[in-house]
Design a protein around this ligand. Structure first.
Ligand code: GDG
Length: 483
């Protein structure tokens, strides 16, 4: 029977070793949380890196890592620490990530990183080929594996291959600066279907294909000598029911069953019944506009001193890529900013910012989503931003206000949110004020519309749509080849 082979840089599970024992925890991040439900329900295997380098796994535990992964229908790819440095921290996160998010000043063009990127992409492709059987559908994910589709095509020319990019694709003027632009485009074009979150990213990609490679592009199809490649947008949804159910369950819990975090949140809410909490959740990443958000919050408090002691920014920043210098610098900047602003505005009974720098368990995430009446998400660039969608899904009484950056892919589908430009502090501050003053009926009206849409375009639907389109593209392809 044919199966789907999912392939991404990281597996949805993370393996670590404590006192010679393996620990398995779920991975945090948009791709993993989103695709997990598709993987769980379907007949698929998932190939990726489990989070430990070859050097970190003692010889006697190597087999155990594979068998732990196998329990979840996963296959662990073995990578050395040099490969992780060059491929992941190097080319993926110092070249592609900043460039694709328009941070050209952070983009490094090191040939050594590129060599590792090619080597590791080949490793992933070879691992797929080991598990591939005729009739299988291969679904490659994200910017770390841009060369994989063509590497598979070279070894299995008849394979059905889909590729989905979870981050933005930049405009031609930005992409053209990449020294390896031709190879990268040709790598992705090994797929039959290439998907992006938004129409804009799709157009940017097609424009680069036509202007850099000079391939024929008709509407959303690229004609290669032997194949036609289709490019389309598939805005990724969330596992709506999982978040809705978790929120409903949360409200059923008695006081005794509440988490410590929830008790603290409740304590704050009870002490200041008119106070509101503003939530933000992101990986600590310069693309997420965390520093902008804090400065805009400062601007808001400066302009609206009547909100002092009545509002609190609850900020969860999940540690990420701390081996890359920009991330370490950002961490310092955020620490300083939070310290300065808390120092500037705090009173004996109140601090304006609660800042958590850690990853929290899912239940705590739900505590935060359900306790905060406002969510403030201000990315400078973001492929989609699933947190915006998750927040709305957990608002089961339909109240709450989402303030969302227009630079997030999600903003295209979430017009009922208060859409802001994160660089415009005046606008962010005005949106905060509007959120505080918005009548509940209006909140409910906006959220009901959002919820209806998010429920319909869930992650299951997203995956189904992509798979359906991939199969259709393949059928058209086969008839193109036989004419
Ligand atoms: C990339 C693109 C695109 C966060 N903190 C914790 C936690 N999370 C979960 C959230 C959410 C996910 O991580 C974050 O997803 P995002 O979409 O917001 O952001 P990225 O990680 O940057 O994802 C992004 C996405 O891929 C999908 O295509 O939307 O644009 O950059 O699901 O709930 N989960 C837990 N603890 C935490 O502390 N358990």
């Amino acid at each position: 029977m044919s199966k789907t082979i999912i392939i991404s840089n990281r597996l949805p599970l993370q393996i670590s070793i404590e006192d010679d024992k393996l620990e398995v925890t779920p991975s945090v991040g948009g791709l993993a949380t989103g695709l997990k439900s598709f993987h769980k329900d379907g007949d698929s295997i998932w190939i990726g890196w489990p989070g430990l380098t070859k050097e970190e796994i003692p010889e006697n535990l190597l087999e155990k890592v594979q068998s732990e992964a196998k329990k979840e229908n996963c296959v662990a790819v073995n990578l050395t620490s040099d490969e992780i440095d060059g491929f992941y921290y190097g080319f993926s996160n110092r070249t592609i990530w900043p460039l694709f998010h328009y941070f050209m000043q952070y983009t490094e063009s090191e040939d050594e990183y590129w060599q590792y990127y090619k080597q590791v992409n080949q490793k992933y492709a070879d691992e797929i080929i080991k598990h591939y059987e005729e009739g299988d559908v291969i679904w490659v994910h994200d910017y770390q594996l841009l060369l994989v589709p063509n590497m598979i095509r070279e070894q299995a020319p008849e394979a059905t291959i889909g590729f989905f990019n979870h981050i933005p694709f930049p405009s031609y003027e930005v992409f053209r600066t990449l020294p390896w632009r031709d190879e990268v485009l040709k790598g992705v074009l090994g797929a039959d279907l290439i998907g992006f979150h938004t129409y804009d990213y799709e157009r940017h990609f097609l424009s680069s294909v036509s202007r850099i490679l000079r391939y024929q592009v008709d509407f959303n199809e690229v004609t290669l000598p032997d194949r036609i490649v289709k490019v389309d947008s598939f805005p990724m949804g969330i596992d709506y029911k999982k978040f809705e159910d978790a929120a409903l369950e949360h409200f059923k819990n008695t006081e005794k069953e509440q988490s410590e975090l929830q008790q603290r949140l409740d304590h704050h809410l009870n002490a200041t019944p008119n106070a509101k909490m503003i939530l933000s959740i992101d990986r600590l990443d310069y693309t997420k506009g965390i520093a902008h958000r804090i400065r805009a919050f400062e601007y808001f408090l400066d302009k609206n001193p009547e909100y002092i002691e009545k509002v609190r920014l609850v900020m969860l920043a999940v540690p990420s890529r701390s081996n890359v210098p920009q991330y370490r610098r950002l961490k310092r900047e955020i620490d300083e900013l939070v310290g300065r602003i808390n120092g500037k505005f705090s009173t004996v009974s109140w601090t304006p910012i609660w800042y958590f720098y850690r990853s929290l368990p899912f239940e705590n995430l739900i505590d935060l989503y359900t306790s905060c009446k406002i969510a403030l998400l201000t990315p400078i660039r973001d492929g989609m931003n699933l947190v915006a969608k998750e927040y709305i899904a957990t608002r089961t009484d339909h109240t709450g206000v989402l303030i969302l950056s227009e630079m997030a892919g999600a903003a295209h589908e979430m017009n009922e949110a208060l859409i802001i430009n994160p660089n415009d502090f005046e606008q962010v501050s005005a949106a905060l004020k509007q959120a505080f003053e918005m009548p509940e009926e209006e909140q409910m009206e906006r959220n009901k519309r959002l919820q209806k849409r998010l429920r319909r375009y869930s992650v299951e639907k997203w995956a189904q749509d992509f798979m359906k389109a991939l199969k259709k593209t393949r059928e058209n392809q086969d008839s193109f080849q036989s004419t």
